[in-house]
Design a protein around this ligand. Sequence first.
Ligand SMILES: C[S@@+](CC[C@H](N)C(=O)[O-])C[C@H]1O[C@@H](n2cnc3c(N)ncnc32)[C@H](O)[C@@H]1O
Length: 222
Amino acid sequence: MKPWETLDTATAPDGEALDLRRRGHEFLIRAGGYDLMSSEDDGSSKALSSLGIGALGRPAKHVLVGGLGMGFTLREALDRVGPEATVEVAELVEAVVRWNEGPLADVAGRPLEDPRARVFQGDVGGRIRHPPQPFDAILLDVDNGPDALAHDSNKSIYSAGGLDAAYGALAPGGVLGVWSFSDDRKFTSRCNRAGFTTQVEKVPASRKGRGRFHYIWIAKRR
Ligand SMILES: C[S@@+](CC[C@H](N)C(=O)[O-])C[C@H]1O[C@@H](n2cnc3c(N)ncnc32)[C@H](O)[C@@H]1O
């Protein structure tokens, strides 16, 4: 098997070391010495958009995706909205945006080049608290899951206060989609307490539909 080649290294705002690796056609982003994501694991990232936008039951005009990763969620969202829609992606790490403009651009079909895509470089939590307009869907994949946080700073996004902010940032009938590595009943209860009607879907991690599963909350604003 070919060895991994390190293409670039970067430091996240919280000081965590990130690197981008390639082996043949596969790319890997590592954070703090652990695998954050592989280009092979696009199934659940895409399902976050297909399930979230699908649950709206009407065309989406404004969608917020957090974060960019390798661009699969963003790509799928763009493929599911009309020509007049905008899909904003909030990404905390400047290098991740740069990698998606460079070596990762083709991994998800060059989503940043789509004129409907907008990049907000910063914390998606801040964007939710101060939305530029109501969003029809907010699709979150910024950590391992609501209670399995790699970044303590993301805790507030999944907290009761974060869910209240997401509820307020959504248009009536809007959808909050949340990706997670594992199921979490307490988070489902928090979503319901915030006023959402909540469903949890178990989806294959990879595009091949084999192996591991991930979880996606589809929380609909009433
Ligand atoms: C697992 S990746 C997302 C994968 C993505 N679903 C895809 O389709 O490739 C998580 C991303 O969220 C970013 N991130 C982490 N915390 C964030 C935050 N608070 N705001 C915005 N982006 C964040 C990370 O830098 C990383 O790019």
